[in-house]
Design a binder for this molecule. Sequence first.
Ligand SMILES: O=C(O)CCC(=O)C(=O)O
Ligand SMILES: [Fe+2]
Length: 295
Amino acid sequence: MGYLDLQDQKAFRHWVDEKKAAYERRASDAFQSLIEIDNDGHIPGPQMSEMRRQVQDYGFALYRMSGSIVDHLSAMRSIGAQVGLQALDKTLCAPEDRVTRLKVTESGRSNIYIPYTSKAIGWHTDGYYNPMHQRVLAFVLHCESPSASGGENELLDPEMVYIHLRQNNPEFIEAFSRPGVMCIPENIENGVLVRPQTCSAVFMNEAGDGQAPQLAMRFSNRKRNIIWAQDNLTREALACLTEFLQSDSPYRICHRLKSGEGLICNNILHTRTAFHDGPEQRRVYYRARYYNRIT
Ligand SMILES: O=C(O)CCC(=O)C(=O)O
Ligand SMILES: [Fe+2]
């Protein structure tokens, strides 16, 4: 039982009411849209409670470190550790470090991943191509230095997407809960298998036995390199989802991080707009991915 159970309409309706009430609180003047923390990343007690509350309500929280910051990287690691995030994702690009420095790569390589360019990135959750035993359930995105212009992030809580789809047609949830609904083909670079094919559901409940539901989502709106199940229900579910992502929903939050600001989240949907680096104003972000959630 619980609000992710399609049979339990009562729990679902109650949860929808709670989620909507949380967005009404967001609109009030008292709402802390940037939680102030110390310049070494330490999160004081009241701010910690607020951060956890916001992650519970919206899937994410934004923080701002006050004062001059000596070491952005260690501050960001400390932020993750304080909210209980431990297992850092080993990415293709930062195998030894597990925290990725995102900035425009100037080398002449033709197959640079989009995050290392100044291009826009469409709606996705992080690590949507990861094998099932390395599911990215949370990430921290921290800004050391913003671009000269552009490079905003839009954020959307997968729980609001789930609600929208279920209210349109509960069968969309069934379609998106099938473990093979979305497949990412293997990745071969220079003849070497870097990653095997991965198939998964879009919506997963990460809760252990007896725990409250914990919705996780895997998604990318890229057209290339994603093989969707070829049935009508999946096609309709995907159309409904895509339309929602393109619409002006009140649950989408847009923010451009300034130096010392960051996003901490349970791997919510996000985008990035294209940006321009100036000669003395280059965008430098850090990104850390985790296999556990903020609870
Ligand atoms: O650069 C950004 O703002 C976000 C990058 C991103 O979403 C990613 O690397 O997965
Ligand atoms: Fe991302």
